[in-house]
Design a protein around this ligand. Structure first.
Ligand code: PMV
Length: 315
């Protein structure tokens, strides 16, 4: 029996544009998914026979990282699914790591690459942002150009991404979950259609790429005012890409007066927003009163880790 856990993430800047090869900046958050792999008489998930349709990520992870005899995979999640907080990445990374650990090899870069291939296959189109952040933890910058703190590189079709480590200063974020489950694949496909047919949408993608680089600089200086401004602008551009939702607007408006800035995070279409603030309890209250679920998160936490290599399991 092998148990691994992996964190969810919040995208601070650059979601959607990163799928077009632009940069993105994501931070690991202290909500984790724990996966345990053990021998079984059939391929199963949480004791139920594995079905490709129901267990898309886990079954794709099996194809990518296992190839051995039947196993059962148990998962325990702290991350709401379809919330924009990287639950699919964390389940994929924790499963891939547990499968690889079971075969005696858990190299983070291999886990991150295999996990990206799984997400790309299941979603039809993906960037390595979520899976790299869940694997490496702390902060991750994904960019077409090589930067400082380079980790590894991946190419997919005409797109190419360099993955970098990014240090994360002490900052306070509150997540507001709308409770609306939104699947990433169709949202990503919708943005592609828009960008292919609209010059303004293509320009928005370019500007988001610039915002990310300005954001990386502001994060290094812990410049909360600048970070907040960039978050607001990034959010406006995401609305232009038609991945917003009235519930997200309601939560963001509710946080405005107590935040440096706020934006949707992840795929959008529902899911979650994030606010950067010095006043966590006021912002959490505002989100709750506006009908959302506030989650106060720690950012820049540890990435994938082996919890148990065969002895007693930590739960
Ligand atoms: O909502 P999530 O956690 O699936 O994040 C999706 C992020 C996108 O940029 C929209 C897609 C991607 O693969 O990077």
């Amino acid at each position: 029996m092998v148990t691994c856990s992996a964190p969810g993430k919040m995208i601070l800047f650059g979601e959607h544009a990163v799928v077009f090869g632009k940069p993105a900046l994501a931070l690991a958050i202290d909500l984790r998914i724990t996966s345990t792999v053990e021998s079984s008489d059939q391929y199963s998930v949480n004791g139920h026979p594995m079905k490709k349709r129901h267990h898309a990520y886990i079954s794709a992870a099996l194809d990518e990282a296992w190839g051995g005899p039947p196993i059962n995979i148990d998962t325990i999640s702290e991350i709401p699914s379809g919330s924009g907080l990287g639950s699919s990445a964390a389940v994929t990374v924790s499963c891939v790591a547990a499968m690889m650990a079971r075969r005696g090899e858990v190299e983070p870069e291999k886990v991150a690459l295999k996990s990206f291939l799984v997400e790309n296959k299941v979603q039809g189109r993906a960037s390595p942002t979520d899976t790299s952040t869940s694997t490496h933890g702390q902060g991750v910058i994904v960019s077409p150009d090589k930067m400082d703190n380079f980790l590894w590189h991946v190419e997919q079709g005409q797109r190419s991404w360099n993955i970098h480590h990014c240090s994360v200063p002490q900052l306070h974020f509150v997540v507001g979950y709308t409770g609306i489950h939104a699947a990433t694949g169709p949202l990503v496909a919708g943005v592609k259609e828009l960008v292919d047919s609209s010059v303004d949408a293509a320009k928005a993608v370019d500007r988001i790429g610039e915002i990310v680089l300005e954001g990386v600089d502001a994060l290094a200086r812990s410049d909360k005012m600048k970070l907040g401004k960039l978050m607001n602008e990034n959010h406006m551009l995401l609305n232009g890409l038609e991945v917003g939702h009235p519930e997200l607007e309601r939560l963001i408006e509710a946080c405005r007066s107590d935040s440096y800035g706020a934006k949707l995070t992840g795929a959008g279409g529902g899911g979650s927003m994030i606010a950067l603030t010095d006043n966590v309890s006021e912002v959490a209250k505002a989100i709750r009163e506006a009908g959302g679920k506030p989650i106060v998160v720690d950012v820049g936490v540890e990435g994938v880790r082996v919890e148990d290599l065969g002895g007693s399991r930590k739960r």
